[in-house]
Design a protein around this ligand. Structure first.
Ligand SMILES: Nc1nc2c(ncn2[C@@H]2O[C@H](COP(=O)(O)OP(=O)(O)OP(=O)(O)O)[C@@H](O)[C@H]2O)c(=O)[nH]1
Ligand SMILES: [Mg+2]
Length: 688
């Protein structure tokens, strides 16, 4: 198959918009499945995890391959719930095109905006599908307006719905000026209904006008008032989609089997192949200023990105990679340039939801799972060791909720840690740490649901029963100003003593993480111990100082020091640096950082006063309020996560269950000075 016939695409949207249902119907209409499995019956092919089936939601992204009109489509279905946003992130990183799904009633919802921004970040061309046209309140034109207003999507209708809600009976193809209706599982061409003729013609003129902006040939025809052929319009539209200039909008009702075949046509017609996407641009491994590119060709050196790890009880660890260039064969030696280590690929598998097929070779554009990799993690580059490069990694949001976890049976401690480690390998937004003071394991993730799923998986997949504490906020620690400290660590206890001295300067490094600078001159600390100093500091950084939370955003400069030819050692320098750093930290105005969340509340008008009042009491900041439906408003703002536990119940009580909300991480901010003292006391008391 020619690469121009390949479509690597994803499907993303707000929770419940119908992504999985659209995917299921795609499987059905392309002949992969003989029957349609419903998400709410726990019978979809894509949502095959037990936890997904029980809850009727998608948790992990799943991939499937199908064929349509001579093209091969590799499709990744992603979850909509904010807690699993890293699944969207990694999928967007490796796909060439996206179907952005909208609910015809809900329009642009909070997660739609998030996903849209993520797709912008990875520059993924997209088309829009307005689903659920059969639902009460469905309004195709309103959704397009919202896309333009809130997403700046430059959205244009490429289809028009015939009727809406219960009367949604068909779809008009604007470019071809054809109409279709859907009977059972068939689409049938009909003539455009009389009362839609003018609207349909106007819609086509609108498309022509828009495309004239990007295409000279169309512009000339338009000005000479000559009919613009459909083929020309489609080619120009394809070009504009690939250049991210605009978004064609399609519609349907997946659940009612309406509009899916036309959506598949649109995927083939408008979304890019790896050839259209062109060369992937990476970085030279020695010089980040120099770019290195790879064309999607079998003749180029091998380059691929690992984007997902799954622990499979039958085949062991599966590492999913997207290949950009070159050829991969089983047994081949590769360089993991991110880790600086060599890897040998074992078997190569093609994955279809939960089934797998072994293949012996894979090339540009392929998405495959590799067995047998040892060091590779999500976001790592795999490449030809003779032609190394770094590819852009994957953005991972911080984990903001944590809880303590203990094995139900004491002797299962090791098994629990081992299982948790496997889960952290799979999911970069899930972390674990050991609290030295309380001698307990603490796990952290994106939200309460995220951790609930992890605990459920621990039980079912790993047979590991655990006891957990209450979810709490994952704070961070940092400093507010610069400070220096000079510390000498000297111990003489019988035989060989310990000696090390370090002088450290620490400064705030907002948003830039941890940085270590070595300014030692004249070998006053031998080079072999510089690494020990860094290691000692990093250990302390992970453990925290004022409340046991990881320290972020500090720049540490090693200014001076001294050593002893006999008594100095790696250990002595680690201990010295750690104590020196702790002292400098305490002098530098230590502060506690708390996660601030972006919140959106949808509510009928009558509750708005109570909701705003309540959010204010939770230290919330309201940014905007807008009407999104008659008698209902959307409220946007920011709130500290710490104040938001039990908010769901509260909101239900205030609004008699009629308001709903969604929340996602925004950024870390300092806990207000007036609260820090109290908070620290609470945290440290809990540990006792
Ligand atoms: N009326 C109507 N319901 C639909 C339509 N498409 C999907 N649904 C229903 O909406 C619910 C959610 O659908 P899903 O396909 O699971 O939505 P999703 O976007 O995959 O949800 P997450 O993966 O959890 O974010 C299910 O009960 C579907 O049957 C549609 O076109 N019309
Ligand atoms: Mg889903």
């Amino acid at each position: 198959m020619s690469l121009s016939k390949l479509r690597n695409i994803g499907i993303a949207a707000h929770i419940d918009a119908g992504k999985t249902t659209v995917t299921e119907r795609i499987l059905f209409f392309t002949g992969v499945n003989r029957k349609t499995g419903e998400v709410h019956d726990g019978e979809s092919t894509m949502d095959f995890m037990k936890q997904e089936q029980e809850r009727g939601i998608t948790i992990a992204s799943a991939a499937i391959t199908c064929h349509w009109k001579g093209s091969q489509i590799n499709l990744i279905d992603t979850p909509g719930h904010v807690d699993f946003t890293v699944e969207v992130e990694r999928s967007l990183r490796v796909i060439d095109g996206l179907i952005s799904v909208f609910c015809a009633v809900g329009g642009v919802e909070p997660q739609t905006e998030t996903v849209w921004n993520q797709a912008d970040r990875y520059k993924v061309p997209r088309i829009a599908f307005v689903n659920k046209m059969d639902r009460t309140g469905a309004d195709f034109y309103e959704v397009i307006q919202q896309m333009n207003k809130y997403l700046d999507a430059k959205a244009i209708a490429f289809q028009l719905p015939i009727g809406a809600e219960d009367n949604f009976t068909g779809i008009i193809d604007v470019i071809e000026q054809k109409a279709y209706t859907f009977i059972d599982f068939e689409r049938k061409e009909i003539s455009i209904p009389e009362d839609y003729k003018t609207t349909a013609e106007e819609a086509r003129i609108h498309v022509v006008e828009k495309l004239a902006d990007y295409n000279e040939e169309i512009m000339n025809l338009y000005f000479s008032e000559v009919f613009v052929p459909s083929e020309l319009l489609k080619n120009a539209a394809r070009d504009a989609v690939i250049k991210l200039l605009f978004t064609p909008v399609f519609c349907g009702a997946a659940y009612k089997n309406k509009g899916i075949q036309l959506l598949l046509d649109a995927v083939v017609d408008y979304l890019p192949s790896p050839i259209d996407t062109g060369a992937v641009i990476g970085m030279d491994i020695n010089d980040p200023e120099k770019s290195r590119s790879r064309n999607p060709s079998r003749k180029e050196p091998f380059a691929a990105l690992a984007f997902k790890l799954i622990h499979d009880p039958f085949v062991g660890q599966q590492t999913f990679v997207r290949i950009y260039s070159g050829v991969l064969t089983s047994g081949m030696q590769l360089l993991n340039s991110t880790k600086g280590k060599h890897e040998r690929t074992g078997r190569i598998l093609k994955i279809h939801a939960k089934d797998r097929e072994e293949i012996h070779e894979a090339g540009p554009g392929d998405i495959v799972a590799l067995i047998g990799l040892k060091f590779t993690k999500t976001g790592d580059t795999l490449c030809d060791s003779a032609h190394p490069l770094f590819l852009e990694s994957i953005h991972v949001p911080p984990s903001v909720i944590e809880l303590k976890i203990n094995p139900a049976k004491r002797k299962e401690q090791e098994k629990m840690i081992d299982s948790l480690r496997k889960l952290t390998n799979e999911d970069p937004s899930f972390n674990m740490r050991y609290d030295n003071e309380t001698e307990e394991t603490v796990i952290s993730g994106m939200g309460e649901l995220h951790l609930e799923i992890i605990i459920d998986r621990l039980k079912r997949e790993f047979g590991c029963d655990v006891e957990v504490g209450q979810p709490a906020v994952a704070f961070r620690e940092t400093i507010s100003h610069e400070s220096d400290f000079d510390y000498k660590h000297a111990k003489q206890s019988g035989g060989k003593g310990q000696f090390a001295r370090t002088v450290l300067r620490i400064e705030p490094n907002t948003g830039k993480g941890y940085e270590f600078i070595d300014k030692i001159k004249g070998g006053v600390i031998p080079s072999e111990f510089i690494g020990s100093v860094n290691k000692g500091i990093q250990k302390t950084i992970n453990e925290g100082i004022i409340a046991g939370f990881p320290i972020v955003d500090v720049k540490v400069t090693l200014l001076d020091g001294s050593y002893h030819p006999v008594d100095s050692s790696d250990m002595a320098f680690q201990t010295c640096a750690s104590i020196c750093f702790k002292n400098a930290f305490m002098k530098a105005g230590p502060i506690l950082l708390e996660p601030i969340m972006k919140i959106e509340v949808n509510t009928p008008d009558e509750y708005i006063g109570d909701i705003v009042g309540n959010l204010n009491r939770r230290r919330g900041k309201i940014e905007a309020m807008r009407r999104f439906r008659k008698g209902a408003q959307k409220l946007n703002g920011f709130v500290p996560l710490m104040e938001m536990f039990s908010y769901a119940t509260h909101l239900r009580n205030i609004s008699s269950g009629r308001a709903n909300y969604s929340m996602e991480f925004y950024q870390y901010e300092a806990v207000p000075r007036s609260l820090q003292e109290d908070e620290l006391k609470k945290i440290n008391e809990k540990k006792k």
